[in-house]
Design a binder for this molecule. Structure first.
Ligand code: PLP
Length: 280
């Protein structure tokens, strides 16, 4: 089954899909994106992803005539054409293709790109043993709540993490406040209480984060949204990350130091099982 792409109204095999060299996404990083997945062919949390997508469009003042129903219709068609049970859906909207200038162009149509590929899931070993992360200075801009395609800081720390044999990089402020990973939100568990950094300008409002918080509240798992420090994380019983493709994944090592018992913990497992009940 081929991976496919949709570009401005047409479907292509992914290798044949192109955008203009003048596209502002390519030239300036002037665009936003979303990542969704399917479970057995069905889109997960599509309304939540659409809400966040429109928030990102508003936040960067991108003029458009897209509707959630219209975009969802294209995504559903793309997923159907690709035919994978578990699909990774990537959607990007930029301010269009035009002569390069920083200010917003007049009368330029946005570019819409959607790709659908087979989703690569975390391996059984990663699930059973947990993963390692590396900490990194938070060198990003001040609007990490916008899901923008300007991802160079995330690219650089992800490469550092990979080079160190780690699964993810965790952004940490100079004062020791932890924010989030390069592609996931972060949670700690200490004395049975789960804590995660609060919403604001320093983190993305992860859809999986929201789902896990709601599941914890519903199932009587103590949950706090508050400032969390690196010292707290290093002393925690359990640490885990959340994201669309990883769901809930145990972190067992931070900068080569074991976390808690050095293996996936019970609260993390419980929350992952609850999540699978909701999504899987
Ligand atoms: N934080 C960042 C920086 C991300 O890029 C992502 C997802 O890609 C997340 C958090 C997790 O968000 P979601 O659960 O919506 O996938």
């Amino acid at each position: 089954m081929p991976a496919i792409a949709y570009v401005n109204g047409k479907f292509f095999p992914i290798e044949d899909a192109v955008v203009s060299v003048e596209d502002r996404g390519f030239q300036l990083g002037d665009g936003i994106y979303e990542v969704l997945r399917t479970y057995r062919g069905r889109l997960h949390a599509v309304e939540e992803h659409m809400r966040r997508l429109f928030r990102s469009l508003d936040a960067i003042g991108l003029k458009h005539s897209f509707t959630a129903a219209g975009l969802e219709g294209i995504i559903v068609e793309a997923v159907k054409r690709a035919g994978f049970a578990d699909s990774l859906v990537y959607l990007q909207i930029t301010r269009g293709a035009t002569k390069r200038a920083k200010e917003f162009p007049k009368d330029t149509e946005p570019t819409l790109v959607i790709t659908v590929r087979k989703l690569e899931l975390p391996s059984a070993a990663m699930r059973e043993q947990g993963v390692a992360i590396l900490t990194a200075d938070d060198i990003r801009w001040q609007r990490c709540d916008i899901k923008t395609v300007c991802l160079l800081p995330n690219v650089l720390v992800s490469q550092q993490a990979k080079a160190a044999g780690c699964f993810e990089a965790l952004f940490v402020e100079k004062d020791g406040t932890i924010n989030e990973c390069a592609s996931a939100n972060i949670f700690i568990v200490a004395a049975g209480v789960v804590a995660t950094p609060p919403l604001g300008l320093r983190i993305l409002s992860g859809i999986t984060r929201e789902e896990v918080i709601a599941l914890a509240h519903k199932n009587g798992v103590p949950m706090q949204e508050r400032r969390v420090t690196l010292d707290e994380l290093l002393a925690a019983d359990e640490v885990f990350l959340t994201g669309t493709t990883v769901e809930v994944l145990s972190i067992v090592k931070v900068n080569d130091r074991p976390v808690g018992a050095g293996k996936p913990g019970l609260v993390t497992q419980q929350l992952h099982e609850l999540f699978r009940g909701l999504a899987g």
